[in-house]
Ligand binder design. Structure first.
Ligand code: FAD
Length: 468
């Protein structure tokens, strides 16, 4: 079977779905190829189920504070199985919703894994190409010959996969994808990693009553984020009961699922019910046979693109995590839409990758837009900056007299008074920073913040009342 399309999209995740629907809305004939579940990382095994688990785990802290507000409850119990099942049901609903939206948009969904035969042809097979004989175009599954698609243009939106480090026994461990498939949670879990996924799952599991030990190779969490903000998150996580061990790496994991022993490089042994490896992600490029299409990569690690999302082959484009520029859902979505607007809609535009706000949904939550203090020092020098900060226990924690202190921080360029970066650690940080991002994008100065009337009593009023 052979089919011709104006556009073939490889991958029905955040970037692919956005591009396919937008291109179809301009009248393009579009096929989208998906080997796993429609929705991609964000919907199926990322942002959405993770945030639902964050909401679920946050009740622990609310319940702990409730008595100081006069609430008395009998024995409070949590059934992780119910939460995990409910999250999966919501993911199923969203998966169906996205399939329906593709249908409504007139995009043809082609089930299977795509790989290039040449720069305009894609074979779709039942398993990813790297799992089969790479030189073969035929599918091993009996009775299911590959479908061959031809496209005027092809968009690569295949996203990324968790990296499994080369540690003895790593095959016994979970990666983040696996956590969403669990039916219950063990009593004790070891998490390996210091990035946002490691920290978020440490807090989720801790909130759901699991004893968490986090092994961190370096000396701080959340590399790449503002150091002071990362320390504030660490302080809150440790106060919440998470055992974070810096300068610790696993050397070996032994045992069987449910009863594992992690041996660290210093020889310490930690028995646990599960190990989560959260040590990074990489674009899922191997099965694409990019060589067949002549698409260049950075040593197989990522697909470089120009500002129009074009690869070195002019009619092949790439968006999202496959390009490894900024691995966030809204960025993948905007790149997909910008591509479609430019190529099919006659409205050329390029994505602005500056000032992308982001959050870590740890407990306490961290959110940021613009430069960290370290990045600002690198740009302006320490003398070229003013840093304004407020660090205090929020009113919500006054009666419980416990809980993490919030951090609010403005990084300001001394010469221009312009706010280069805003950092917040505390409740609703993501919601607050999303709004601050508008002001920063408009070039707000510290004087603009100062001129803004406070909204009282709130946490974020401190952003507009910070002393000069
Ligand atoms: P994906 O969404 O990964 O979609 C790629 C799709 O392509 C997948 O469905 C895959 O099955 C399919 N595919 C791959 N190869 C082929 C092939 N050869 N043929 C056919 N189909 C193929 N971002 C945020 O903005 N906020 C968050 O809070 C957040 N939390 C996250 C939490 C976790 C645990 C993880 C793992 C990620 C999180 N992210 C978050 C990142 C976000 O999910 C990704 O940046 C985003 O999904 C990238 O979109 P994409 O379209 O590039 O790829």
């Amino acid at each position: 079977m052979s089919d011709h399309f104006d556009l073939i999209v490889l991958g029905a995740g955040s970037g692919g779905l956005a591009a396919a629907k937008r291109a179809a809305s301009y009248g393009a004939r579009v096929a989208i190829v998906e080997g796993d579940r429609v929705g991609g990382t964000c919907v199926i095994r990322g942002c959405v189920p993770k945030k639902l688990l964050v909401y679920g785990s946050a009740y622990k802290h609310l319940l702990a504070d409730a008595a100081s507000y006069g609430w008395s409850m009998g024995e409070v119990r949590h059934d992780a199985g119910t939460l995990l099942a409910n999250v999966r049901a919501e993911v199923d609903r969203l998966n169906q919703l996205h399939i329906g939206l593709l249908e409504k948009a007139g995009v043809e969904l082609v089930r299977g894994w795509g790989h290039f035969l040449d720069s305009r042809s894609v074979a779709v097979t039942a398993t990813p190409a790297t799992l089969r004989d790479q030189s073969s175009e035929s599918d091993p599954a009996p009775g299911s010959p590959p479908r061959i698609l031809r496209g005027e243009r092809i968009l690569i939106a295949v996203g990324g996969r968790p990296t499994r480090p080369l540690i003895q026994g790593a095959e016994h461990c979970w990666v983040s994808d696996d956590l969403f498939l669990l039916e219950s949670l063990p009593e004790r879990v070891v998490i390996v990693g210091a990035g946002f996924i490691a920290c978020e799952f440490a807090c989720i599991l801790n909130g759901l009553g699991v004893q968490v030990t986090q092994l961190v190779r370096g000396d701080h969490l959340l590399r790449g984020f503002d150091l002071e903000a990362a320390h504030a998150v660490q302080e809150g996580m440790e106060a919440g009961g998470i055992d974070i061990r810096f300068a610790h790496s696993p050397a070996q994991i032994a045992g069987e699922p449910g009863a594992l022993v992690v041996t660290t490089q210093s020889g310490e042994q930690i028995a646990c019910g599960g190990v989560l490896l959260a040590t990074g992600r990489h674009p899922y490029l191997e099965p694409l046979h990019l060589d067949a299409a002549g698409v260049a990569t950075d040593n197989g690690r990522r697909i470089p693109v120009d500002r129009n999302q074009a690869t070195n082959v002019p009619h092949i484009y790439a968006v999202g995590d496959a390009t490894d520029v900024i691995n966030l859902t809204p960025v993948a979505v905007d790149e997909g839409r910008a591509f479609a607007d430019s190529v099919y809609g006659g409205k050329p535009r390029q994505v602005n990758h500056d000032l992308v706000a982001s959050a870590v949904f740890s407990q306490p939550e961290l959110a940021t837009v613009g430069l960290s203090e370290e990045e600002a020092i690198a740009r302006c020098g320490p003398e070229g900056l003013r840093v304004h900060r407020a660090r205090f226990r929020p009113m919500a924690q006054a009666l419980p007299a416990r809980g993490p202190r919030v951090l609010l921080k403005l990084v300001v360029e001394a010469a221009t008074d312009r706010v280069l970066g805003v950092q917040m650690v505390g409740e609703h940080a993501a919601e607050i920073i999303q709004m601050a991002a508008i002001a920063i994008g408009m070039g707000a100065t510290k004087a603009d913040f100062d001129r803004t009337m406070a909204l009282h009593p709130s946490v974020s009023e401190e952003f507009v009342t910070m002393a000069n």
